[in-house]
Design a protein around this ligand. Structure first.
Ligand code: PHE
Length: 355
C-alpha cells in the first residue's frame, strides 16, 4: 500500500509539473486530492487496514497529501504570475495613444489670436508680414529713426540695455517694432507695404503696462502716398477689428521718425462714440469721451529715408506712412480684459475662455 502511495505521488507530481494553466492544475488537484481521488480513498480506509499497516500508510499518505498540496499551491502562484505576465504582454496599453475621448487640445493664446487677426486683415490689404530681432542695435531702435542724441526715449528708465563694460548703450531690447522700418527698407526697394508684429520691451509695469508687450508696426512706402492714405488704411483696419460702424480720428502728436505725426483713436464701440450708454450713464470703456486711444502714426520723416537712400528711398521721389500700436490693448478692448498682466499669468481659467 505504501508503494502504491509512492506511485501516486510520482504520477501526481508529473501531472502537476505538466500543468500549463490554472485549469490543468485544478484538474490535477481534483484527480489526486479530490473526494474521489485514490489517495483520499486510501486515507479514508485506514481504519479498515490491518493494525500493522495503519501507521506506515497513514503517515506516508498524509505526508504525500501535504507535499502535493504545497506543490500545487506554489505552482498556482507561478502560473498566476505567468498568466499575468502574458496578459500584460498581450494587452499592453499604449499610453502614448490619445485618450478616448481625446482631451481638448488647449487654446491659442488671446494675444496670438489677436495678432493673427490683425495679420489677416493687413494681408487682405496687400501687406506682407515680417519679423525682426528683439535684441536690437541702438542704431535701428533710435539713431536711424531720427532720434537726436540725448532724446528722452533713449534714457535708461525706458530702455533695457544689453551691455558690458566695453559696450554701453549699443545693444538693447527693442522698445518698439519701428526699428524694422529701417531694416525692411534696407533690403526691399520701394514700393513696400509691410507689417511687423512682435515683442517689445520697456521698463514699465502696471495694470496697463508690462515690461514685455506686443506691437504691430505698419509701413507703406511708394510714390504719392499721403496722410489721407494713412487715414483710409487705419479706418479699413480698425473697422475689420472693431466693427463696420467705427470712425477714426487723428490728433497731432510727435514722434522723431514721422513728420507730421499723429495719435489715432477709434470711436468707442460700446457707446457708439456718444460717450453715454443707453440709460444715460457715462460709458466706462471710453470714459465718456467717445474715442479710444490706440496708437501712433505719421508720414515717414525724410531724415529716415536718408538712412536708406542707397536702397532706393530717395525722399524726393517716395513718401510713406508708418503706424504702430499695441496688440495687448486691442485684445483688452475686444475681450473686455481690465488688467494686461492677466495675459501673462498663465492662469488656465483665464486662457480657457478664449476657445
Ligand atoms: N513706435 C511708436 C511707439 O512705440 C509708434 C509709432 C509707430 C509711431 C510708427 C509712428 C509711426 O510709440
Amino acid at each position: 500500500m505504501v508503494e502504491r502511495i509512492e506511485e501516486i505521488e510520482a504520477e501526481a507530481k508529473a501531472a502537476i509539473d505538466a500543468a500549463g494553466s490554472a485549469s490543468d492544475l485544478e484538474e490535477a488537484r481534483v484527480r489526486y486530492l479530490g473526494r474521489k481521488a485514490e489517495l483520499t480513498g486510501i486515507l479514508r480506509g485506514i481504519a479498515d487496514l490491518p493494525p500493522d499497516q495503519r501507521g506506515p500508510v497513514g503517515s506516508t499518505g498524509n505526508k504525500v497529501r501535504k507535499a502535493l498540496e504545497s506543490l500545487i499551491e506554489s505552482k498556482v502562484d507561478g502560473l498566476k504570475n505567468a498568466e499575468l505576465e502574458k496578459s500584460l504582454a498581450e494587452d499592453r496599453i499604449d499610453v502614448t495613444l490619445p485618450g478616448s475621448p481625446a482631451r481638448a487640445v488647449g487654446h491659442i493664446h488671446p494675444i496670438t489670436r489677436t495678432r493673427r487677426m490683425i495679420e489677416d486683415v493687413m494681408i487682405g490689404l496687400g501687406y506682407q508680414v515680417m519679423e525682426g530681432p528683439e535684441v536690437e542695435h541702438d542704431y535701428y531702435n533710435f539713431t536711424a529713426l531720427n532720434h537726436p542724441e540725448g532724446h528722452p526715449a533713449r534714457m535708461l528708465q525706458d530702455t533695457f540695455y544689453v551691455e558690458d563694460d566695453e559696450h554701453v548703450e549699443e545693444v538693447l531690447l527693442r522698445t518698439h517694432t519701428s526699428p524694422m522700418q529701417v531694416r525692411a527698407m534696407e533690403v526691399n526697394r520701394p514700393p513696400l507695404f509691410m507689417i511687423v508684429p512682435g515683442k517689445t520691451y520697456r521698463r514699465d509695469s502696471d495694470a496697463t503696462h508690462s515690461p514685455m508687450f506686443h506691437q504691430v508696426e505698419g509701413l507703406a512706402v511708394g510714390e504719392g502716398i499721403t496722410l489721407a492714405d494713412l487715414k483710409g488704411t487705419l479706418l479699413a483696419m480698425l473697422r475689420e477689428i472693431f466693427g463696420p460702424d467705427r470712425q477714426i480720428r487723428m490728433r497731432p502728436h510727435f514722434f522723431p521718425f514721422t513728420e507730421p505725426s499723429v495719435e489715432f483713436d477709434v470711436s468707442c464701440f460700446r457707446c457708439g462714440g456718444s460717450g453715454a450708454l443707453e440709460d444715460g450713464s457715462r460709458c466706462g470703456l471710453c470714459k465718456g469721451i467717445g474715442w479710444i486711444e490706440l496708437g501712433g502714426a505719421g508720414m515717414v520723416d525724410p531724415n529716415v529715408f536718408g538712412f536708406v537712400a542707397e536702397a532706393g528711398y530717395d525722399p524726393d521721389s517716395v513718401t510713406g506712412f508708418a503706424f504702430g500700436f499695441g496688440i495687448e490693448r486691442i485684445a483688452m478692448l475686444r475681450h473686455g480684459v481690465g488688467d494686461l498682466r492677466l495675459f501673462f499669468d498663465n492662469d488656465v481659467r483665464m486662457l480657457e475662455q478664449f476657445s
